[in-house]
Design a protein around this ligand. Sequence first.
Ligand SMILES: [Zn+2]
Length: 442
Amino acid sequence: MKVEVVEKIDRGFEIKFRVGKESEFKRNTLFQKVEADDSESFRIAGGEALKRVEKSIELGFLNISEIAISEKKYLREVIEGILLAHYSFQKYKSKVKKSPILKLFVKGSKESVKLAKTVVSATNYTRDIVNSTPNEMTPQRVAEIGEELGKKKKLEVSRLYQKDLKEEKMELFLAVGKASVNSPTLLKLAHRKKGKKKVLIIGKGLTYDTGGLSLKPAEFMKTMKADKSGASAVLGIMKGVAELDLDVEVVGFLGLAENMVGGDAYRPDDVIKAKNGKTVEVLNTDAEGRLVLADTLTYAQESEKDFDYILDIATLTGAAVVGVGEYTTLIMGNSEKVKSKMLKAGEDSGELVATLPFNRYLKEMISSKTADISNVGSSRYGGALTAGLFLNEFISEENSKKWLHLDIAGPAYVEKEWAYNSFGASGAGVRMVLQFLMNLEK
Ligand SMILES: [Zn+2]
């Protein structure tokens, strides 16, 4: 949908937002109800208004291809809600169903419009990648998409192929991808800005996760194309960072692999040496994301110096979804200050986020009698935290307070519509992390 800034709202159909009062259609106008006077309520109302107008066009009650909006205070949010709700994924359909609205006219700040458009475009770009199927989105293909993005947006690009991963002694990463004909790869993208804050972002990119030999039941395997949501979010974030030309140095890392079964698959009981020298006893091959992340985190810390924050983003645990439901990202780390920055970014961007605290007793749960640590907790409880603590083992002492782990297993892919999100990938993490980075500029 095109968004144009105009001087006066005097054309065609208009949407007006009002807090508290019921929605109603009047001549050439939709008065859209807004639950409360806050930014997220306006985002939701924007999405609702668009759906309502689209439905009326579909049913033949309205015949328009343009809408106008005169909201001032929450202009950015309203546009975001509308553009996010406008998203549909029809890549694999032979006949594409065209959405009726073509143009959106707004009055107000060009900055707000640009911000809304860029943030949504980054989010929808991520949604497209996540929604794309695993027979198309192999580790190679996702890396190529990243390389194309890097070229287009003038980002620094480098890539490690399977033989390079071997040279870098990233045996955990390699083990996960071993049984797939689509070999694992690591992509690095950088937006360089000297002298400002510097942030590393590491994304889990399991282009498909069967669970490996600890095979998932058929019902649980469905939607596992979304196990690349973390890496796809990193791509969206890098796109947004480049387009907004943020005054923050940002380096993204995508750990891309496919977890399959085969004669050379890694097994439960294997002990594998990580890039940072620690030995890991594999007790469940379905806890593979943390293995890919472990080596990618080590590589990131070794290849970049003098950074202020190191974030990882991953669809990591079912336990996170059990704990807080399908809509909320869980964050974990060793610094209250960094956590509160991400909570603020969640609030500002409209993404739901909650913190989960580590404690001194949990660490025992990932101990191993055979190796330094094991890749799953010894109890059925606290699975999101023990996954977080596993990653913590791969964060060096000096970076401990700079690190934040984002588990997006809940919101990344939801099999129903919710708020302004359509079925499928939501682009979880993109809006929040972009906001986190924008807040660092101030
Ligand atoms: Zn898994």
